[in-house]
Design a binder for this molecule. Sequence first.
Ligand code: SF4
Length: 261
Amino acid sequence: MNLGKVNKLQHMGLGPVWVRRHGVAAGIAAGTGTGSGSGAASDVALGADSAITINTGVARASNDQQDAALAAMDWDPLEASIRECTRCGLCEGRQHAVPGVGDRAARSLFVGEGPGRNEDLQGEPFVGPAGQLLDNMLRALDLARGKDTYIANIVKCRPVGADGRDRPPTPDEVDACMPYLRRQIALIRPQVIIALGKTAAVSLLGLPADTALAGLRGEPREFDGIPLVITYHPAYLLRQPADKAKTWRDLCLAKHIIDGD
Ligand code: SF4
């Protein structure tokens, strides 16, 4: 694909702003929020040091067993497991878990951060304005939702702050949920993974959460032997439309990998 086909950017239209709230994740990780840290905070309040050790050990063993089972699951039991999952605190506030959507034999896999309010209500990833922009991005690459593309998120349940707004998932929530995405990737075996935004990029690369996205773009990276292209999240692009040109270059890189040219 020719990088000069900038007119394709016309497909990547504008829309309302989705505002990400920063700083809430750190509060929750510190036990001051409503997320996955709340259970541990209760144990500490009871002063039950031995119970903490036992409970943590049981939880870890249980998750290890679950991870092994997940790694062998086919699609239907995997999606059923996601919908019933209680591996992290995000299960408590969800309306719907959002496993993903699309072509299970796709050559391209787009990975976002996590469901927002609309996705939580509808059970599908990337609906609303950011989803419309993603659909436009797909159309610019001659792809479509469900056509040679699968769309998933790092976490399958909506991370929501104490103020009721969307927030990034905590590292613990990412760790708890990653076995599902790993299995989805193993089942799809796409030719390229496109990470949408910093949370997706650093989670797939195993980097610290404060790693700058700008330094990760430009060259294909790798996840489990699969080329990984990193670009901006559609919600960010709604706020910073000037970066759509950079995103277009990233998408062209992904298209080159898909087409093998
Ligand atoms: S976010 Fe992932 S790990 Fe947490 S409850 Fe939902 S499916 Fe389970």
